[in-house]
Design a protein around this ligand. Structure first.
Ligand SMILES: *[C@@H]1O[C@H](CO)[C@@H](O)[C@H](O)[C@H]1NC(C)=O
Ligand SMILES: *[C@@H]1O[C@H](CO)[C@@H](O)[C@H](O)[C@H]1NC(C)=O
Ligand SMILES: *[C@@H]1O[C@H](CO)[C@@H](O)[C@H](O)[C@H]1NC(C)=O
Length: 506
């Protein structure tokens, strides 16, 4: 009897939890700039459609640098090509008018195919998926994927003051693009990536951005079994990465050497989560109760079946950011969506939003569409609305904003007409609303549980009065008391969890 009652309370909690998702969705997305049609060319004030650009956010000046990618420059060639233009994104537009030119400033150069004004100044060549970090007044760019997917190994340093590039000749990691990248103080860490001939790499390197010295932390290994023997992450390209609480996190990516950006296979896509401690250079598999056997992650069908919707599906090219409480966020990418029915040999573009809480180490689906392949819903420019939704996409750029607001720019995926191509739309998402609503929900549920409890007490009292001889009235009263106590207990727990979260400010 009591168990049954607790189940009922659980159900109410679940119902409330599902409201939370709706709230997030309502308050979240706003389309604030760019086009709702794919494959737009650049203007001098606004970047054209693109994916796989490298970004670095400078917290000291609240600006994000964006370099290259694949997509459209200002030359209407009709076809996407690799880029090498450098932009600054500023979430505080210069003027109040919500126009394209407010958010981006172009630093150069023009990606040209045989133009008259020859660039005299040195400038990195065209590429996508390069590794980029910054420190003090320098921006560092390493490698990437050049023409025909060829891995690059050049190292460039951009002086933020005099706006010039210099190529460095320090010997470092082999040619590669799309590794896991972590910017950490004056260091850039990289793991794996796609090598010169498309091989999957599994070495780890550290670049000291002050001395420009590379350090090999973990050598490349051809032993395919080594990761499992030594409990190291498998080599991969395109994982999502985060820095939180002094540790590095890495989720998913592609582990198959048969990988090609154009073929969109799901074979080799993984959904494992790893943590790396830079203080003692050790990896630690972030244990997920759903995946205990290392080998299982190889088979995405297994991962889906076992983990169901409680962890994000295997994917590559997802967007990632960290909130003010140190939680890890994930958006979109290309991979498997939540429906097993659509699990096929081909990946889907995604638009789901997930949050990983680093303390209890759990994933939580927060919003967006669980189904892949969604068209964008572009509502009134600049307005946060119930209906707005960025189309499913991968290899988009994420720019941190003020407090817990983030910006998503471009990527390759579906536009408003569900046409596939290179996007240049700019969306904002305020996740601080998720946090405050979480608190509101616990207050709401407390009130609701109190209400239910009082209601049951009254019923119990009435029943007790009307049938004094009824042997069960004692039980009924006890039950009501339990209801009130459980109500308080459940809400109290939620509040406590929130408090634990806020203790974890990085
Ligand atoms: C960066 O943004 C934060 C939050 O809006 C603000 O407090 C800070 O003053 C800004 N810094 C600069 C250099 O603009
Ligand atoms: C890329 O491939 C094309 C066609 O195969 C070839 O003409 C071109 O030289 C290649 N470019 C590079 C940089 O390898
Ligand atoms: C490395 O450091 C982390 C964080 O301090 C710690 O939790 C972990 O146990 C350490 N690992 C080893 C192998 O010492």
């Amino acid at each position: 009897m009591m168990l049954k009652h607790n189940n009922c309370l659980c159900l109410i909690t679940l119902l409330l939890a599902s409201f939370q998702i709706t709230f997030v969705y309502c308050e979240g997305w706003a389309w604030i700039s760019g086009d709702k049609i794919v494959d737009q060319v650049s203007t001098y004030q606004y970047p054209g459609g693109r994916s796989g650009a490298s970004t670095w956010h400078d917290v000291n000046v609240n600006l994000t640098w964006m370099f290259g990618g694949q997509g459209f420059s200002e030359f209407p060639s009709g076809k996407p090509h690799l880029l090498n233009d450098l932009w600054i994104f500023n979430f505080n537009p210069v003027t109040e008018a919500k126009e394209k030119m407010d958010y981006f400033v172009k630093l150069g150069p023009v990606v040209s195919t045989g133009n008259s004004q020859k660039e005299i100044k040195p400038w990195p060549g065209i590429r996508q998926h390069a590794s980029m970090c910054g420190f003090s007044d320098s921006l560092i760019l390493f490698g990437g994927l050049g023409e025909n997917g060829t891995g690059l190994e050049d190292l460039w340093i951009f002086n933020l003051r005099d706006k010039t590039w210099r190529q460095m000749s320090k010997k470092g990691p082999s040619r590669r693009g799309h590794p896991g990248v972590w910017c950490f103080g004056s260091f850039m860490y990289i793991f794996g990536g796609l090598g010169e001939k498309g091989q999957i790499l599994n070495d780890m390197w550290k670049l000291n951005m002050l001395t420009l010295e590379w350090t090999l932390l973990q050598p490349f290994s051809v032993d395919m079994e080594l990761p499992f023997k030594a409990d190291l992450p498998e080599g991969r390209n395109g994982p999502a990465t985060w820095v939180s609480g002094g540790a590095f996190y890495m989720f998913g990516g592609n582990t198959a050497s048969s990988f090609s950006y154009s073929m969109q296979l799901v074979e080799g896509l993984v959904s494992d989560m790893w943590r790396y401690f830079p203080c003692n250079s050790t990896w630690d598999r972030v244990k997920d109760p759903m995946i205990t056997d290392n080998k299982k992650i190889h088979n995405h069908m297994d991962a889906e079946k076992d983990a169901g919707p409680t962890i994000p599906g295997p994917r590559i090219g997802a967007g990632s950011w960290v909130d003010s409480l140190g939680n890890l966020w994930l958006f979109g990418g290309a991979g498997s969506d939540a429906s097993l029915a659509t699990a096929s040999k081909h990946s889907q573009v995604l638009s789901d939003i997930w949050r990983f809480n680093t303390k209890p180490k759990v994933w939580e689906f927060v919003g967006g569409s669980r189904e892949g392949g969604k068209a964008g819903i572009y509502t009134n420019l600049g307005e946060e609305t119930v209906d707005g939704l960025p189309g499913s996409r991968t290899e988009m750029m994420v720019f941190p904003g003020k407090s817990d607001k983030i910006y998503i720019f471009g990527g390759v995926g579906h536009d408003g007409r569900k046409v596939d191509g290179f996007l240049n739309d700019l969306w904002s998402l305020d996740v601080s609303s998720v946090m405050s609503y979480q608190y509101m929900i616990s207050v709401l549920s407390l009130l609701l549980f109190l209400g239910v409890g009082i209601f049951l007490l009254i019923i119990g009292f009435v029943v007790g009065l009307s049938s004094r001889e009824d042997k069960h009235h004692g039980l009924m009263n006890r039950l009501s008391y339990t209801a009130v106590r459980s109500g308080l207990g459940a809400s109290g727990h939620q509040y406590k969890q929130l408090k634990t979260d806020s203790e974890f400010i990085m």
